[in-house]
Each structure stands twice: as C-alpha cells, then as structure tokens.
Write a protein that binds this ligand. Structure first.
Ligand code: SF4
Ligand code: SF4
Length: 248
C-alpha cells in the first residue's frame, strides 16, 4: 500500500484531461482534412487517379472518409493545393453518407445522436468488441482506451467479455466470410436495445480489401450501424470523441 502511494506521489496523475482540454497529437498525425475546391482541375483529377481507395470524387470534389485510409498521397501529390490534413482528431458520423466530405463541416454528431441512446446509456455503456479480421491496429487503438492515460471507465464506458453483458458491439476489420457468422451471432446475443459501432475504414467500407469477394462491403450492408468512426486506424482520441459525443 505504501509503495502504491509512493508511486502515485512520484508519478502524479497520468490521465489526460480530455474532453476539457485537447491533448497534443503527433505532428505527423493526419486528422480531419481541409479540401480546397478551387484547386486546378488537373490536380484534383490526378489526386483522384492516385488514391488507392477510390475515395476522391473529382467531379464533386469530395472525399469519402469512410473509404480513406489517410495515406497522405493526395496531400503530397497536390502539395496541399487540393487536400491537406489537419491535426484535428474530432470527427465521426452517425450516418454513412455524412462521411462523404466536401470541405464543409461534418454534421454535428450531437445533432444526429439518438437521444434515447443518451438516455439509456449516458451513465453506463458496456461494449463487446468484435474483431472481424482486422489487422489489429484498430483493435490496439481501442484497447489503449482502457489504459490510465485515456481511462475510458471514468466515463462509465467499459469493454466486456460477453455480448450478453453488453449494450452494444464495436466492430473492427473488413468482416471476412469466416468472421461474418461469429459477428452476427454476437449481435444476436446482445440484448435489445443495443448499438452498433463501426470502427475503421475496413469495417465501414472494406478498406484496403474493398471489392474482395471474401469480405462484406461495409458493416451497414449486414447490420444497422449507429456510429461510424473513420480512420485506418482511428486515433484513440477519435474513438473517445465519438463515443462521448454520441452517448454522453
Ligand atoms: S489520404 Fe485518403 S483520399 Fe487521399 S489518397 Fe490516401 S486514401 Fe485517398
Ligand atoms: S481500418 Fe486499417 S487499421 Fe483498421 S483493421 Fe483495417 S487495415 Fe487495419
């Protein structure tokens, strides 16, 4: 006990002050993009051609953030003339279509948040994570929310072992054919009312595996999704922002 107190005294309070204060992120982190539609047409077309995810619509001058893997190719190619990425980690959406971003603000999640979910789960939200063939980066960046720095439990949100104890599922990965049955069984085992959260480009759209016959082409094609968190992987603070904004 004395050692515990001594350690605490020496190390101080390690939990970040988010959401009261935004912690600094790594300067090479790519967060919310800025789109400049006045960029030359040929630059926009070159970005669309080079995008490995077909996430850029050159005609409509937008990016599908549900497909984007934040590789930075478009920013490098356009030298920031068309797209540049900011360090803003606060983005996510309640509707798939809202992730198609044309430079104006993403609709405020709080406006779209289903008020009854806030009422039901505002004080306590238990989530079961389903890794449906993810590469483990999305999973790791969810896992880290349980560490003292983020301390997800201080908001009444926990990851639990059984779907029967959960209020919802958080899905990562492109949902391979082999994992689809397990995912659907986990969903069925979660009691109503329940929420479904899609984390990462793979889950939202297939990500780098888009078009493969071995995966589902987006979680919303097989389950009703309540919250989409884009990224590859989404930053832990993006996950935290989305969960707090939508449920708290
Ligand atoms: S950052 Fe996104 S939109 Fe840009 S090239 Fe990469 S995947 Fe495409
Ligand atoms: S979205 Fe990216 S980080 Fe997440 S599982 Fe897919 S490939 Fe991995």
């Amino acid at each position: 006990m004395l050692n515990t107190l001594k350690n605490r005294f020496e190390q101080g309070y390690r939990t970040c002050n988010y959401p009261k204060e935004k912690p600094a992120v790594f300067d090479r982190y790519r967060g919310m993009p800025v789109i400049k539609p006045q960029a030359p047409e040929e630059v926009i077309a070159a970005c669309a051609d080079a995008c490995p995810q077909d996430a850029i619509d050159a005609g409509k001058k937008n990016i599908d953030l549900g497909r984007c893997v934040f590789c930075g190719t478009c920013e490098r190619l356009s030298k920031g003339e068309f797209i540049s990425f900011t360090g803003d980690f606060e983005f996510s959406a309640a509707h798939r279509q809202s992730l198609v971003f044309d430079g104006s603000s993403l609709p405020d999640l709080a406006i779209h948040a289903k008020k009854h979910f806030k009422r039901l789960f505002g004080r306590s939200l238990q989530l079961r994570q389903v890794s449906a063939a993810g590469c483990n980066a999305c999973e790791a960046d969810l896992n880290v929310l349980a560490t003292p720095f983020f301390d997800l439990a201080r908001f009444g949100i926990n990851f639990v072992a059984s779907p029967r104890h959960a209020d919802g599922i958080v899905v990562t990965g492109p949902i391979s054919r082999n994992m689809k049955t397990a995912l659907l069984q986990t969903y069925e085992a979660t009691p109503d009312p329940k929420v479904v959260v899609a984390v990462g480009s793979c889950t939202i759209s297939g990500g780098p595996f888009k078009g493969s016959p071995e995966i589902a082409q987006g979680l919303d094609s097989i389950l009703p999704v309540d919250l989409f968190i884009p990224g590859c992987p989404p930053h832990p603070l993006t996950n935290l922002y989305a969960l707090l904004t939508y449920f708290k």
